[in-house]
Design a binder for this molecule. Sequence first.
Ligand SMILES: C[S@@+](CC[C@H](N)C(=O)[O-])C[C@H]1O[C@@H](n2cnc3c(N)ncnc32)[C@H](O)[C@@H]1O
Length: 221
Amino acid sequence: MSEAQDRAFDELAPHYLLDVPRAVAVTSVHPDARLDPAAEYGRQAPLIVEIGSGQGHAIVSAAASRPNDDFLAVEVFRAGLARTMLDADKAGVRNLRLIEANAPEVLSTYLPEGSATEIWIFFSDPWHKKRHTKRRLIRPGFGDAAARALADGGLLRLATDWEDYALQMREVLDAEPLFERAFAGEWSDRFDGRVMTAFERKGIAKGREIRDLVYRRKPRV
Ligand SMILES: C[S@@+](CC[C@H](N)C(=O)[O-])C[C@H]1O[C@@H](n2cnc3c(N)ncnc32)[C@H](O)[C@@H]1O
C-alpha cells in the first residue's frame, strides 16, 4: 500500500473500520461475533450493505447523498478499503462503516438476521475461466446467506458486465425460494443509485453489455 493508504489505516480506521474478532483467517469473522447497528451508527436507520465495494466509489457517493441511511462496505482488498476511507473522510461522510472480511461470513453470521434493507453487489469478480467459475460469489446456496441478512421485502441489487455470469445470477436467484424478481422483462433497468465505477467503464470500453438485476426478499412466515 502507498503512504497515503497506510495513513488511512492508522488515522481513519478507528472511525470507519469495524474491529471484528476473527476465526481462522485474517478476513474471517468469528461465528459468534454480531454487529450491533444501533450502537455502531448511533441511531436506527435503514442499513445498506455493499459486498465487494472495491475502491468504494459507489458506496461513498451513496452515503454522501443519503445521510438518513447507514452504509456498510464489505471488502477484502486492503488498498480498496484505504481508498474508501480516504474518500469518505474527504467527503465528510459519517454514516459509513467498513469491514475487512469475507462476504459470505458477514451475511451468514455477523449481520443480525433481517438487519439489512438492501444488499448491493456490483461487478462481482466474474472468474470467467471455465475451471474457475465455481469460485463465483453468486452460486447455488448464496441466496440463503443473503436472505438471512435481509429484512422482509429487502432488496438484493446486482450488476455485471459478464453475460454468462448475469445469466448464472438470474438462474440462481430465480431458483431461490426466499427471493422473487423485482423487475419485469429480461433484465432490470439500471439502478439509478449506482455510480459508474472503473469496472463498469472497462466493461463498456470492451463492448460488453451491462446488466442489472434486483430481487426482493419474500416476507418471513
Ligand atoms: C471486480 S471488483 C468490483 C468492485 C466494485 N464493486 C466496483 O464496481 O468497482 C470485485 C471486488 O469484490 C471483492 N471481493 C471478492 N470476493 C470477495 C469476498 N468473498 N468478500 C469480500 N469482498 C470480495 C474484491 O476484492 C474486489 O474488490
